[in-house]
Write a new protein. Structure first.
Length: 361
């Protein structure tokens, strides 16, 4: 009997442990860290920066008027050229031979004309002294006129051959700078093919390629702040001169040209520049980062923080425009409200948050 007591004690202990139910520990509420910003009204909108280049307003593609092999190219990219300077030449051996032949034919025609003109003069004297018939004078006059026509044709042939020889040279029509080259010595080019591109350095403008949505809000004359990418010079206020009517077929970008209005100092041709476009809004709007937008279409909304309870609530908003990482809110948001700008996809209605002002990168 006494041997059964240890086993009975173990059984009682197991029974008591089985009857005692574990107690549930309360769940801890998750507090999400978020970035926030304060909604403020703005009366103007700044779009940018956009990177472009300085180009000449007037650029001329220079080429030969004949086909042939490039013999020399005496100007390269960045060279300043003077009016009348020879920039490139073709192999002109054929044209020089044609000119020599035309000049020889002209000399022959000139000698023939001089001889027949003298014969006509002598025949006129004989007719006046009644020692020759009028028919002989008429024949001499006809021969002289034929020689005159042949002489005129020979002169025209010489002029044409000289033009053909001149076409083997590219000559600068005015002072300019070479901005690009498209042919090298020894290359065979066709008539009209671009060999060099010249630009007028006095008239410079900044050229940018903008998305269609941004170019659509611009108009000619709008102010644009242009500055060097290097930051070496202070921004200047330029104005929009031209907006391409259609976008490029590949990148769907529209080219915008901004005139510098003579403010060329510090902007060399081909140098990169930045542009910031400012435009006045028809009515003040609230701008917030695009990262604050949650949902799309009719479900577009933002998370607004209650500073008293440090909790968030979802508010439906209307986005009137988007540009440069910002969204313009036309309704659903009031000035001074605290808007979540990062972490919007991890929030739920009424959730507690840990505030930190900033904009999501």
């Amino acid at each position: 009997m006494t041997r059964l007591l240890p086993f009975a004690g173990i059984a009682v202990a197991l029974l008591l442990s089985a009857c005692s139910a574990p107690q549930d520990t309360p769940e801890t509420e998750v507090v999400r860290p978020v970035l926030t910003t304060v909604a403020t009204l703005v009366s103007s909108q700044t779009i940018g920066p956009f990177v472009g280049t300085i180009q000449s307003r007037q650029q001329t593609a220079m080429g030969f008027q004949l086909s042939g092999r490039v013999l020399t190219r005496q100007a390269g990219v960045g060279d300043l050229v003077k009016q009348g300077q020879v920039l490139a030449t073709l192999d002109s051996s054929v044209q020089e031979f044609q000119l020599s032949t035309a000049q020889a034919n002209l000399a022959s025609a000139q000698a023939q004309f001089n001889n027949l003109r003298a014969a006509e003069t002598r025949m006129a004297q004989l007719v006046s002294s009644n020692t020759a018939a009028q028919a002989q004078l008429d024949a001499a006059t006809t021969a002289r006129q034929t020689a005159q026509a042949q002489l005129d044709q020979a002169k025209a042939n010489v002029a044409s051959a000289q033009d053909q020889l001149d076409y083997t040279r590219i000559v600068a029509g005015s002072d300019a700078v070479v901005v690009s080259t498209a042919a090298e010595v020894g290359q065979v080019v066709s008539a009209g093919e671009t060999v060099l591109v010249l630009a007028q350095p006095e008239q410079r403008e900044a050229v940018f390629d903008l998305p269609e949505t941004l170019a659509a809000v611009l108009k000619v004359g709008d102010p644009v702040a242009v500055s060097a990418v290097s930051g070496d010079s202070a921004p200047i206020i330029a104005s929009v001169r031209d907006i391409a009517p259609s976008a490029s077929a590949t990148a769907r970008l529209r080219r915008v040209r901004v005139t510098l209005d003579g403010q060329n100092a510090g902007f060399r041709l081909g140098s990169p520049v930045e542009a910031n476009i400012s435009r006045a809004l028809a009515a003040p709007e609230i701008e917030i980062p695009l990262t604050a937008i949650y949902g799309t279409g009719a479900d577009t909304s933002v998370w607004i923080v209650d500073p008293a309870s440090a909790t968030v609530s979802r508010h439906t908003v209307t986005v009137s425009a988007q540009a440069s990482g910002l969204a313009s809110i036309s309704s659903g948001l009031s000035q001074g409200e605290i808007v979540v700008t990062a972490g919007v996809n991890s929030l739920t209605e009424g959730q507690s948050v840990l505030l930190s002002q900033g904009i999501a990168e």
